[in-house]
Design a protein around this ligand. Structure first.
Ligand SMILES: *Cc1c(COP(=O)(O)O)cnc(C)c1O
Length: 235
């Protein structure tokens, strides 16, 4: 077993133990392996151990890996900030986009999603706790954007995503994560097809799972520390 495969087992065991402790079925929680800045060979190792879902933050880097892997069994999630000039690549290559936060991008993705592919799964990103972050919308804006997105035939609204501001205290992490879970429950009333809450990273995964996250996004604990000194396209 390689170290990536070993790490993957540890993370899956941790998710499973945390879910069971909260009285949740571990099967409700999908592990998204965040492979940004890591080579295609690292993704291949994880895939060989059975990992199917991968998250990428930079459009071109993600597309390069999707094409290098050429594995139709894998599911690719775009989780970085999306600029409109990069939307076509996301629409043409990815299965999911977690960071939808404006109608303009939704309209472009809808128009650019190839007819031959199933609709692009989208999550609306909520700016839940970080006032300085430019990504995500306020909860007050959710209903209007969700209504618009749900009318676009080439997109499938699946739920919500959040990156809570770093917070060491578990009970405060939990409070923020619960706000997101309530927002998802509210959204579900009007849009019964939504089923996904993308929330929880290495440092707040336990609180996210306790609150009801269905998809945790883990990079470092699987692939090791990232090296940003290597030049890569920042988009
Ligand atoms: C990088 C990243 C992650 C994973 O972070 P780690 O600390 O490496 O586990 C999760 N979500 C998003 C949106 C990210 O950009």
């Amino acid at each position: 077993m390689t170290s990536i495969q070993h790490n993957l087992h540890l993370v899956l065991e941790h998710i499973s133990a945390t879910a069971s402790r909260c009285g949740r079925d571990p099967k409700e929680i999908t592990l998204l392996a965040v492979s940004k800045t890591k080579p295609a060979s690292a993704v291949r190792e994880a895939a060989a151990a059975g990992q199917l879902c991968f998250g990428e933050n930079y459009v071109q880097e993600g597309v390069d890996k999707i094409q290098a892997l050429e594995n139709p069994g894998l599911e690719w999630h775009f989780i970085g900030p999306l600029q409109s000039n990069k939307s076509r690549l996301v629409a043409e290559h990815f299965h999911w986009c977690h960071t939808l936060d404006r109608l303009k991008i939704a309209l472009r993705l809808n128009e650019q999603r190839p007819d031959a592919l199933p609709p692009l799964n989208v999550l609306i990103q909520i700016n839940i706790s970080d006032e300085n972050s430019k990504s995500g919308i306020m909860l007050e804006e959710l209903e209007a954007l969700a209504d618009e997105v749900s009318r676009l035939p080439r997109l499938k609204l699946r739920g919500l995503m959040a990156i809570p501001a770093p917070e060491a205290d578990y009970s405060r992490q939990l409070a923020v994560c619960r706000q997101m879970a309530e927002a998802l429950a509210e959204l579900k009333k009007k849009h019964p097809g939504v089923d996904t809450l993308s929330m929880g990273m290495s440092d707040d995964m336990d609180a996210a799972i306790a609150a009801g996250s269905t998809m945790v996004r883990i990079g470092t604990a699987i692939f090791g520390a990232r090296d940003y000194s290597a030049t890569h396209n920042n988009n």
